[in-house]
Design a protein around this ligand. Structure first.
Ligand code: S3P
Length: 171
């Protein structure tokens, strides 16, 4: 079995995923970091040099590979679950969990790092407007997750505990 964390950028997938994996004694993988390792480039450079379509294709291949693994926590990029093919691979022997937060909260967390690391936010409209718009187009997909954790008012520790308990109840 694997645990798959989905949600918008800034929802905490990587930090939560790493902590949950440690508690469960499972391996942790972050799809974006694995893509960066394989390509030898940052995600923002892949977007800049090859465009989003090429990035989505690397993402799809990485998801196919990582989805074969067992006893892992997998953190995905915000757009990953939007492809049906990706969803299928992720949900096979996988528990899909959405880390939910409002656009305001997402922005607050995102702003802890330079915005240049988030290619989708490098647009004309304000980051908050962009986040709201993207969330709106993805919400119906994220909602299909087996478990939704409202992270808005919870600490990293509280979110981790909730998830660990849930996974243990599923084992
Ligand atoms: C994306 C989110 C990013 C990264 C890429 C595209 C998205 O990952 O995969 O920039 O489509 O929302 P995070 O969600 O980890 O920031």
């Amino acid at each position: 079995m694997k645990l798959v964390l989905i949600g918008m950028m800034g929802s905490g997938k990587s930090s939560v995923g790493r902590k949950v994996a440690k508690e469960l004694n499972w391996d942790f993988y972050d799809v974006d970091s694995e893509i960066e390792k394989e390509a030898g480039k940052k995600i923002s450079d892949i977007f800049a040099s090859s465009g989003e379509l090429d990035f989505r294709s690397l993402e799809k291949n990485m998801i196919q590979n990582l989805s074969q693994k067992d006893k892992i926590v997998l953190s995905t990029g915000g757009g990953a679950p939007c492809s049906e093919e990706n969803w299928k691979a992720l949900s096979q022997n996988g528990l899909i969990l959405w880390l939910k937060a409002s656009p305001e909260k997402l922005l607050e967390r995102i702003q802890r790092k330079p915005l240049e690391t988030r290619p989708l936010l490098m647009q004309k409209s304000s980051p908050l407007e962009t986040l709201s718009r993207i969330l709106q187009t993805r919400e119906n997909i994220y909602k299909k997750a087996e478990y939704i954790v409202e992270t808005e008012h919870l600490t990293l520790q509280e979110v981790t505990k909730k998830i660990v308990n849930w996974v243990k109840s599923k084992e």
